[in-house]
Design a protein around this ligand. Structure first.
Ligand code: BTN
Length: 251
């Protein structure tokens, strides 16, 4: 994928700016980056604290991507980020993936991924989306408090990397994984994600809307849903939700 970089100083949200540009016709591969965000957006309506110096990037994708497969892109991004970080952090600091798309370093959150999709009104799940905005934030030199896992940043982990080098490394891995996903589907992404998944086999609490579901994290389904075995043995597919921190981390 040939990137077209749009480097901004300050923006509300790179995802919102990318969406605005896409609506004006910006091409596939447009990468909107900013030094800081004043209205950074997280999943589930949360905010993403975005002071200067961390990485904030949003990629516009205009491919034949069926609406129903767009959630898989957050796993594509998580795998690309995990590989990018694994290449620069000491091997003693484990990188772990948490469903659906958290990247943890030493058990603490270091990355946020927000995939936003735009499709025609009334589009069927098999219809191709108009475009996707894939937003990624990586804590490079600072981190906010994160109530669920705690957070960290690369500098705090003793890793010095320039924003440009980090962005270049991430762009390469992201392009590779997107190409692979488009060519071969979710299988290779699922395998790479599971290879770094934390908490497999552990009992997790997952918040789905206002309901808390406890169960053993068994597997990742072929479309990215988490398979939880709930007490009594029933296997339940979770397609959207938020994994609470394991008890050990809440202490
Ligand atoms: C999360 O809640 O974990 C997702 C956070 C996603 C943050 C990134 S930073 C770049 C892009 N622009 C935004 O406003 N959000 C995403």
């Amino acid at each position: 994928m040939a990137y077209r970089l749009i480097a901004l100083e300050t923006v509300g949200s790179t995802n919102d700016e990318a969406r605005r540009l896409a609506e004006e016709g910006a091409a596939d591969g447009t990468l909107v980056c900013a030094r800081e965000q004043t209205g950074g957006k997280g999943r589930l309506g949360r905010t993403w604290t975005s002071p200067p110096g961390n990485l904030y990037a949003s990629l516009i994708l205009r491919r034949q991507i069926p609406l129903r497969t767009t959630p898989e892109l957050s796993f594509v991004a998580a795998v690309a980020v995990a590989e990018t970080l694994a290449a620069i952090v000491p091997p003693s600091r484990p990188i772990e993936l948490k469903w659906p798309n958290d990247v943890l370093l030493g058990g603490r959150k270091i990355t946020g991924i927000l995939v936003e999709t735009t499709s025609a009104p009334g589009a069927a799940s098999s219809d191709a989306v108009a475009f996707v905005v894939l937003g990624i934030g990586i804590n490079r030199i600072s981190h906010p408090d994160d109530a669920r896992y705690g957070a960290t940043d690369l500098a705090a982990e003793g890793v010095t990397v320039s924003l440009e080098a980090l962005r270049a490394a991430l762009s390469t891995r992201l392009a590779d994984w997107i190409a692979r996903w488009l060519a071969d589907g979710f299988g290779p992404v699922r395998a790479a994600w599971l290879a770094r998944a934390g908490g497999r086999g552990a009992v997790l609490d997952v918040r789905v809307g206002n309901t808390l579901i406890s169960g053993r994290f068994c597997d990742l389904d072929g479309d990215g849903a988490m398979i939880l075995e709930i007490p009594g043995g029933e296997r339940r597919r979770i397609t959207a939700g938020d994994v609470a921190a394991p008890a050990a981390l809440q202490a």
